[in-house]
Design a protein around this ligand. Sequence first.
Ligand code: CDP
Ligand code: CDP
Length: 224
Amino acid sequence: AARIPVITIDGPTASGKGTIAHRVAQALGWAVLDSGALYRLTALAVQQQGVDEDDENAVAQAAQRLDVAFQGEQVLLSGIDVAGLIRQESVGNLASKIAAYAPLRQALLERQRAFRLAPGLVADGRDMGTVVFPDAPLKIFLVADVRARAERRCKQLKEKGFSANLTRLLEDMRERDERDRTRANAPLLAAADAKTVDSSALSIDETVNVVLDFWSSLGFPAAQ
Ligand code: CDP
Ligand code: CDP
């Protein structure tokens, strides 16, 4: 039987993965998996519960215990909306650190695959096309210059009421990208069959259309 289709969108931080994933999912009437949120939620739980962030097994156990629900814009951790909290750079940086742990990645694997429900799923992250959904019929590797990404993130954080400093963001981003790219477990890497899209000079609408055009060109029947 044909498997439920998945479009994967992987790429470095602030390349627009989440925004594009939501817009593409909306256009197709599909669900979204923000896999980074699971790493961020684990990081937040580790901070809140005082788990030793250097203990790989303790961190994986914290992930197994997560009580998470995604409801529209809300991200509920044990029933409390933490959508804003998990976007903070301190949480993102800890997420990137613990994301290198093999036991944590293993603990989150099945949780992520459970999002694959009819009529389809758009999944964004770092290893959606390489590890979690290797059979996805469309894989996008979304990139943009680090400066464009830092400027976007700066603007986004300020709009959400957080303070942000461009120079500091640039430094953090370079460091996080480097760590995500060079780790042994599921490094940030384009799948061999991924289409690379550079959004540095593209608007959100243009980027969404590039992805939807790729999808249409595959000739899958439209969902009823
Ligand atoms: O939004 P942004 O791209 O900054 O980050 P995110 O997608 O929310 O992910 C936060 C961190 O989780 C990343 O720096 C990655 O290290 C890690 N991550 C991962 O390892 N694998 C994924 N599939 C998603 C996120
Ligand atoms: O999920 P990821 O960290 O890759 O990025 P995001 O949070 O979806 O996007 C970062 C910011 O870039 C958001 O404020 C978007 O509105 C903005 N942006 C974009 O995503 N794509 C463009 N072509 C231009 C701006």
